[in-house]
Write a protein that binds this ligand. Sequence first.
Ligand SMILES: Cc1ncc(COP(=O)(O)O)c(C=O)c1O
Length: 463
Amino acid sequence: MDMHDARQDGPAITQTYPGLDHLMIEFNQMKAFLDDPLVIVEADGVRVRDHRGQWYIDGLSAVAAVQLGHRNRPIIQAMTAQLEQVALALPLYAATEPAIALAEQLAKVTPEPLTHVKFTTGGSEANETAFKLARQYQRQTGHASKYKVISRYASYHGATLGALAASGGAARKLAFEPFPTGFVHVHPPDCYRCPFGLAYPDCGVRCAAIVDDVIRAEGPDSVAAFVAEPVIMSADGFIVPPPEYFTMLREICDRHEVLLIFDEVITGFGRLGEMFGADLYDTCPDMMTVGKGISSGYAPLAAVLLSARVAQAFWGEAADNVHFNAGHTYAGNPVACAAGLEAVRQLTNGALANGQAQGARLRAGLDALAARYEQIGRVDGHGLLLGVEFVSDRAARTPWPAAQLLCRAVAQTAKRNGLIGRMGDHIFVLAPPLTSTAEDVDEMLEILDASIAETLETFPASA
Ligand SMILES: Cc1ncc(COP(=O)(O)O)c(C=O)c1O
């Protein structure tokens, strides 16, 4: 069947944008996308405007990336100035001034043991790089048999083969199986619906203790690294671990000489109210991957931060051949690094503190909504990464059935009313820019409140 003929709503949008018939956007069924198309043509501060002229509050900072708001003049100026200097240098033979300066800044703002930086262009690539670094590190420090990477079900570490192999959600993975071997999964630290049927604190934090069991079962001599998103897992569900979780993971990893990698692609650069998720739990990884907010979303940029101990294994004479023999054309691109430098400058000069304050305001407002709507089972999260879970029975924590997803309906109504948040089946996520004002936050809450009320007027009473 001709794809164009199959469309239900006629070709109106593709008359305006004929190119839409040739485009595949991220994670989307394009036929469904064309039924309710959205083309963003302009953005300013916390707002974006679509092809019809409607403005929305971007309650997602694009994809938890644009921490410092849209059309941020100093970032645009820094990038423009760098474009005038040099847009792409000689990645195989030369460093650039913005990359050098940003590496120095990152060593200052990340937890202290992290001292060295390997730039990449996106979060998936950063995780691939971290896994390769982990394997090579183990090989070069007398543990050549250590190669496996342990991660959690329900995690998301990226869309490339290795990063997806480490990720947990079956729905994103099945079409691409089989994956490379050497990736092992454990259940996530989900206190709202404990996979072990236990309740905190009597559970003994089984979700962390099980990592020790799994490393022993796999054979400690075969395990190179454990990778986890610190604090919040937001790709499949909205999972916040008990307070001891990361300290316990750190001890378990040390016990078995397993490198601990924090995937801070989404949680880094102020998203959780601290500069990094690691700061919230006072646990430092051996490597940290970052992306998204590192350039405030203005240019493809990501990185792996290495502790001095890990980095040391890659320093030697040329003949020793211990260097990291990998790279990417656009890794550490000077224009992207110029954006990153300005983003870090703004974060450390007020934006982080404002994000913290607005995160507390948004959280208080969402808690107030939860007190009024029994359909809200919980509000969770940190800083400006907050999730609202809709349930059909709050006491039993029962999700709405697939045919009747209240959360999706609320999210659609909110979008119509001018607020874009993440439209999950059960969890509505808000991750607005750290530069949001108190008025912006209040407006988000008003729209969400009105959208829940409007949706409930026509929604079946219970599942
Ligand atoms: C925790 C986490 N890791 C990795 C990635 C992949 O990053 P990218 O989409 O830049 O490749 C994402 C993307 O959402 C993420 O949230």
